[in-house]
Design a protein around this ligand. Structure first.
Ligand code: ATP
Length: 329
């Protein structure tokens, strides 16, 4: 039976990503637009368990569309993984009159939402917020476009110093399981090589490629390495050592970009995507549907069952791989 939704809870969970605030703003304002209430839940599922709630109105989300991070804070909650923890969370939602929630997060957050829905027949919706772009059911996740721009800007700066000193830089970027950031930022920043978890270039080919770059007159080189790259099972620092030993003429350096990739003001694309996702998530609940993730494909908003979003594997774009092989010559 379809439940009428009158009060929606909203939380951000897992790692933060630029665009989360823009999505919060959109969810709150869509609730206001449809004359229903919105309750902000602080610190992800942990705040749900503790009843850390606040009523939100159109004005409580003023001036946040341009801000990175999340005004609702995020957290990882081991207690929510237990039945007792989820029971406490349910009780708080019930006491506050909340009859559905929207969670902005990654696949762990969606798994929690799915289990909660099964246990309490509670309507839930997911908005994919993670810079890694590793979620099935959407071409882009919130924060990914911003992170790409941040990484490209950083690599451009590193290239300035690389070319001044004829250096080779290994630049490690985020992406434990997915090479999307490395591949796209690598192409965008004109990297000479891109190492991603989805394919193992192998050490021989890496050396060959660096050698042939030099023979073709390149005086500096940038190799973008995704955090989860498994080339010969070596870390970025071990790769540096290997190249140092085998190509002693190269002056090799490593730069790990780290958490700066998660921060910063969201790009226009992320702000617009967040706005569209927020509206779609609330209106899907109001249509009586539940347990979907909103996503974008061919620039249209789409819905994917949360279960598929969690179980499906987001694949690397083969055409982009080919483009990168060609343009890095
Ligand atoms: P990111 O991609 O940034 O890591 P995520 O949403 O995948 O984001 P997780 O830490 O995996 O981040 O999950 C966030 C929270 O979701 C967990 O701290 C936990 O509270 C809840 N969660 C994850 N998996 C489960 C599960 N199997 N059962 C119940 N809750 C879960």
């Amino acid at each position: 039976m379809t439940k009428t939704v009158k009060k929606i809870g909203l939380l951000t969970s897992g790692g933060d990503a630029p665009g989360m605030n823009a999505a919060i703003r959109a969810v709150v304002r869509t609730c206001v637009y449809h004359n229903i209430e919105c309750i902000g839940i602080y610190r992800g599922y942990q705040g749900m368990i503790e009843g850390d709630f606040e009523t939100m109105d159109a004005r409580s989300v003023n001036n946040i569309i341009n801000r990175g991070g999340t005004i609702l804070k995020s957290a990882r909650s081991s207690e929510f993984r237990t039945k007792e923890g989820r029971q406490k969370a349910y009780q708080h939602l019930k006491n506050a009159g909340v009859d559905a929630f929207v969670v902005i997060g990654g696949d762990g957050s969606f798994t929690g939402a799915m289990i909660f829905n099964e246990e309490f027949d509670f309507p839930v919706m997911g908005i994919p917020g993670t810079i890694d772009n590793d979620i099935y059911g959407t071409t882009f996740t919130l924060g990914y476009d911003t992170a790409l721009n941040t990484v490209v800007e950083a690599i451009d700066k590193i290239r300035d110093t690389a070319s001044s000193h004829n250096r080779l830089f290994f630049v490690e970027v985020m992406g434990r399981d997915a090479g999307d950031i490395a591949l796209n930022a690598g192409i965008g920043a004109g990297a000479e090589e891109i190492l991603i978890p989805e394919e193992d270039l192998g050490l021989e080919r890496l050396l060959e490629s660096l050698e042939s770059s030099r023979k073709r007159g390149k005086t500096s080189s940038i190799v973008v390495v995704a955090e989860g790259d498994k080339t010969a099972g070596k870390s970025v620092f071990e790769l540096k050592e290997y190249v140092n030993e085998n190509l002693p003429d190269y002056d090799v350096r490593v730069s790990v970009l780290g958490h700066m990739q998660r921060g910063g003001s969201p790009s226009c694309y992320d702000r617009v995507l967040a706005s569209r996702m927020g509206v779609k998530a609330v209106e899907t609940l109001l249509d009586g549907k539940s347990t979907y993730m909103v996503g974008v494909a061919c620039d249209k908003m789409i819905l994917t069952p949360l279960e598929d979003a969690v179980k499906g594997k987001s694949e690397i774009d083969q055409e982009l791989l080919r483009v990168s092989d060609i343009v890095t010559i």
